[in-house]
Design a protein around this ligand. Structure first.
Ligand SMILES: *Cc1c(COP(=O)(O)O)cnc(C)c1O
Length: 342
């Protein structure tokens, strides 16, 4: 009785279609744990959407998508000679430093590259001056575009405009600009202002997870133990502060439970983190991501590796062994045992 993700298939696919229809330059992003859904599944969906290109986070992820997606594959993490890489005519490398480009050219006769321009994120990429310099020495390289990775929007339009002036001034041999975290409306404004440029919009979260109601994480009740006030339970021989029920449910630290708490709720998140770090949870004090009877239930102690103990005080309806219970998760840090699409 594992930790499951039920997907309302019709609803999920309708949302994917919607996003793709509204953004003709869509580049689906499939990286990490595949946004909780799995890289292979996302790769198949990207093909189903008719995408010509799929973005992965790092080279190691290519093997999970390459047999399932027939188009080009962009690697978002910049190429580094000392790290694993993959050389294939379908692979487009991201380059953020002149040295990396030189190293790549030693590996590949005609590399396909995106030149990344540094944004206010300060993550990777050339400065404006660096882009101008590298633009002068690109013989034998196929520049597939200039890439810009912005902080979470909204509010990136002004910076995007500045950087586009940089790109035009650098005379890089490409008309294609790859961006992220700009809204359709913002990209529309850029398209209107730079009609000769082609904009590609990388989207992960809003695509795969944009309709949360289509995604239903479920745990199972594995065991149910009534406990009296003062009764002992758990790894640390805790004493129940009041009478109630200890429930053992599927989902533990190996699934990502409790390391990050439910989406968006900072107070819960920080509290759950503290609990995991310090083992301070005491009966019924720390909210868990599990919901019983519509209420967020409390951890009885910090999550175990593959299951969690939660405490229900007397008076709350007690579920039965085998019942499925909903939980709130952060999809990018959750490993489900299975994803069931109906
Ligand atoms: C992860 C990533 C994206 C997608 O981000 P989401 O917020 O999941 O849409 C786009 N571009 C780059 C460079 C990324 O690393």
């Amino acid at each position: 009785m594992p930790l499951l993700l039920h997907v309302d298939g019709d609803r999920w696919r309708a949302h994917l279609r919607d996003v793709a229809t509204n953004e003709p330059g869509l580049v689906p992003v499939a990286k990490g744990n595949g946004y909780g859904l799995g890289l292979g599944r996302l790769a198949r969906r990207a093909e189903w959407l008719g995408s010509d290109v799929l973005a992965v986070g790092q080279y190691e992820e290519l093997e999970h998508v390459a047999t399932r997606f027939p188009g080009d594959m962009v690697v978002l993490t910049p190429y580094r000679a000392e790290l694993p890489s993959v050389h294939d005519s379908r692979v487009i490398h991201t380059i953020g430093r002149a040295d990396d480009l030189a190293a790549l050219r030693e590996q590949e006769a005609r590399s396909r590259v995106l030149l990344e321009l540094r944004t206010s994120m300060l993550r990777h990429g050339f400065t404006a001056e660096g882009l101008r310099e590298v633009g002068r020495g690109l013989d034998g390289v196929k520049v597939e575009g200039v890439s810009m990775h912005f902080p979470l929007g909204p509010g990136n339009l002004a910076e995007a405009r500045q950087l586009l002036d940089v790109v035009v001034g650098a005379e890089v041999p490409t008309k294609r600009i790859w961006v992220s975290h700009l809204s359709n409306d913002e990209i529309g404004q850029l398209r209107a202002a730079w009609p000769d440029l082609e904009f590609r919009n990388r989207i992960g979260t809003q695509l795969w997870l944009g309709d949360r109601a289509a995604l239903r994480p479920r745990a199972s009740v594995l065991d149910v133990h009534p406990i009296a006030k003062g009764g002992v339970y758990g790894y640390r021989r805790r004493h129940a502060g009041r009478s109630g029920t200890v429930l053992v449910v599927s989902g533990g630290t190996a699934h990502g439970i409790g390391l990050e708490a439910p989406t968006g709720d900072l107070s819960v998140r920080s509290r759950a983190r503290t609990v995991v770090r310090s083992g301070l949870a005491s009966t019924g004090r720390v909210r868990s991501p599990y919901f019983i009877g519509g209420q967020q239930a409390a951890f009885a102690e910090p999550p175990h590796m593959q299951s969690s103990m939660i405490f229900l005080p007397d008076g709350v309806p007690v579920p039965q062994v085998g019942d499925e219970i909903p939980l709130q998760v952060r999809f990018t840090t959750t490993t489900f045992d299975d994803v069931l699409i109906d």
